[in-house]
Design a binder for this molecule. Structure first.
Ligand code: SAH
Ligand code: SF4
Length: 344
């Protein structure tokens, strides 16, 4: 048995127009079983059932948040678990997907980092998160038009599978997403960012900078020992040139760690020459993290300092905090509702 969603749309296992029909059932109708297909011959359905698995998730649970977002907890065939978060806004729906079980990068303020590394997800396991969330929300999969690779894991350390997932998401016969509405967030791995700049996929790039000075960055992000801020910014400039897109810099506001006004001033200095946008994210709390969010006043002062120096900046409040679904909280269990289970 192979997992159907791991295949690129051009390589779906049927000929010509039947292949197109199958793709429509999977990506436009979001079927959960080959039996739901009504316009393929019985022999084709039997062939699919004998040779292909349509889901990689024996169990899915959902944790609704009071703000309308939902966290999905997926159990994989090997028993490992990972999560995605669906966020409905007035004019759009955004999904935040995982690229790994856990994460090897080990950032100090991130609950996923504290879990350690489980394994890489396959391309299909990344894509299926969208299909399952859509089904639960009674949406066609293609109605989820915005996607961020900001769930568990470091996408650029699962480079090939993340890129293959992006190709399936963007493919007109897949989910047909627009590159402008897909964002890849990375801890900042310069070689991989430069490589990404040379690919056919030019999604939006977000870099988790979180500090403008090496000393502070090294205390919260272990990969900072291997990659300097200057090398990261140089790769960001290259990505910006190649993609023509503004690069986002993420900055979690950690009280007493990276929120001094001199750090805002230094950040403005080092960003000169990069077409960018800074997102200040109040730190989302989790038990035993040892970090607190900066105060509202300090976040405002930090914001004002950047703005006064001409840096485009916004404050981004995470959704789903009460469901353990906000940035950096993935890994924390709350009481779920089981929405599908093979043993049920
Ligand atoms: N590994 C990638 C993408 C997943 S993390 C990355 O690090 O960019 C998504 C974002 O959430 C990153 O910017 C990350 O730094 C941020 N984050 C992690 N823990 C957080 C927390 N407790 N509060 C706010 N943001 C957090
Ligand atoms: Fe991994 Fe990103 Fe969390 Fe760092 S912030 S541990 S890179 S998921």
């Amino acid at each position: 048995m192979t997992y159907l969603l791991d295949h690129h749309p051009d390589q779906y296992p049927l000929e010509s127009y039947r292949r197109k029909q199958l793709l429509e059932w999977v990506f436009k109708h979001g079927i959960s079983s080959f039996n739901e297909i009504s316009n393929l011959p019985k022999s084709a359905i039997a062939f699919l059932e004998e040779n292909f698995e349509l889901t990689a998730f024996p169990k899915v649970e959902v944790f609704p948040s009071s703000d309308g977002s939902s966290k999905y907890l997926f159990t994989l065939r090997d028993g490992k678990q990972m999560e995605a978060v669906l966020m409905p806004y007035q004019d759009r729906v955004t999904i935040c997907v995982s690229t790994m079980v856990g994460c090897p990068a080990g950032c100090a303020f991130c609950a996923t980092g504290r879990m350690g590394f489980g394994r890489n997800l396959t391309a299909g396991e990344i894509v299926e998160q969208v299909l399952v969330a859509a089904r639960d929300q009674e949406l066609a999969p293609t109605e989820i038009r915005n996607l961020v690779f900001m769930g568990m894991g470091e996408p650029l350390l699962n480079y090939d599978n993340t890129l293959e997932a992006a190709r399936i998401l963007l493919h007109p016969d897949g989910l047909g997403m627009s590159q402008r509405r897909v964002t890849l967030s990375t801890v900042g791995l310069p070689d991989k960012i430069v490589k990404l700049a040379s690919e056919d996929v030019t999604v939006k790039l977000a870099i988790s900078l979180h500090a403008p000075d090496e000393e502070t960055r090294k205390t919260i992000i272990p990969t900072a020992h291997a990659h300097t801020i200057e090398a990261i910014l140089e790769s960001a400039r290259e990505y910006q040139r190649a993609s023509g897109r503004r690069v986002t810099l993420e900055y979690a506001m950690l009280a007493g760690v990276n929120d001094a006004i001199w750090q805002a001033e230094l950040l403005a200095d080092i960003l000169r020459g990069l077409v960018s946008h800074v997102n200040l994210i109040p730190m989302n709390p989790w038990a035993e993290s040892g970090f607190r969010s900066s105060s509202e006043t300090r976040i405002q002062e930090f914001y004002d300092t950047l703005q006064a120096r001409g840096v485009p900046v916004s404050v981004r409040r995470s959704r789903g905090r009460d469901a353990g679904a906000a940035c950096g909280q993935l890994a924390i269990a709350k009481t779920p509702r089981v929405i599908s289970s093979e043993s049920a």
